[in-house]
Ligand binder design. Structure first.
Ligand code: 0L1
Ligand code: MG
Length: 262
């Protein structure tokens, strides 16, 4: 690691203050160009500890930048991982206050819920499918704290991968009877289809993103507990929203999920 504990805590406070106050900032690698991956995840973990100390629960985990469309959109080359706090969860059909966010975008995702522990290294698609209780359609709302969504991978990891809100809904799907690679998705904004894709856009198979997350946590001696909700990553490019917009995600065989922005 290149940063000392005091700097990590200070950067965590800076990024979390931006999140809670809906204020943007410049990317932290502008100030700390030599910071490494351990520093980036240490800042993310410090943000998690701050939330938990105030009584927040961790509601799930997420993989980000898992599709080529997203990697190309953001000009980066590898997936990243973050956590979901309880207050990020919005009820199906609910209203998201744009005044609480900086520049929200939505992503259509497949959410996994596990029934058994997943532990890397060596975790693979088969292990993920065997440990999955069910899958559901999910809309992730991302909101980078960095000005104009301009960042590099380490800055984005420190910023908990732009995590902000999420909605799950639709039907619970059994992975034994679904081919998650060929599941089609349509994202509608104000009744108009604006993005289309299939599950395979996420690393060839959405379960691969969950396996990668288990393997990444395994390097730190951590695991994905049974009963964890995991957002496996955007299937299409992220779509920008503003107050007054309504979004519906339709997912083949899994129903639909909606959210409104006010
Ligand atoms: O969930 C995501 O794919 C977001 C990862 C962070 C990058 C971004 O803000 O687009
Ligand atoms: Mg996402």
């Amino acid at each position: 690691m290149k940063l000392d504990q005091e700097t990590i805590e200070r950067l965590a406070i800076r990024l979390e203050t931006c999140e809670l106050g809906a204020i943007d900032t410049h990317k932290i690698t502008d100030d700390y160009p030599d910071m490494d991956w351990d520093d980036a995840y240490a800042i993310q973990n410090a943000i998690k500890r701050r939330k938990m100390a105030r009584g927040a629960r961790i509601a799930g985990l997420k993989a980000g930048l898992t599709s080529h469309a997203k990697m190309k959109q953001m000009g980066v080359e590898a997936p990243v991982f973050g956590f979901l706090a309880d207050y990020f969860s919005v009820p199906e059909g609910g209203l998201i206050k744009t005044s609480e966010l900086i520049h929200p975008k939505v992503e259509p995702e497949i959410a996994f819920v596990t029934k058994r522990v997943l532990r890397g290294p060596g975790c693979h698609i088969g292990a993920v499918l065997a440990a999955t209780d069910f899958v559901m359609p999910a809309i992730e709302i991302i909101d980078s704290r960095y000005r104009d969504f301009k960042f590099d991978l380490k800055s984005v990891v420190a910023d908990n991968c732009s995590s902000s809100r999420f909605v799950v809904g639709g039907r619970m799907g059994d992975v034994a009877s679904l081919d998650l690679r060929s599941i089609g998705v349509v994202l509608e904004k104000n009744g108009e289809p604006v993005a289309f894709g299939a599950g395979a856009a996420v690393l060839g198979h959405p379960a691969a993103a969950v396996a990668m997350l288990a393997n990444q946590l395994g390097l730190r001696g951590e695991e994905i507990p049974a009963g964890t909700l995991i957002l496996s990553g955007g299937i299409t490019e992220a779509v920008a929203l503003r107050a007054g917009d309504a979004v519906t995600l339709r997912m083949q065989n899994l129903g639909s999920v909606s959210v409104r922005f006010g």
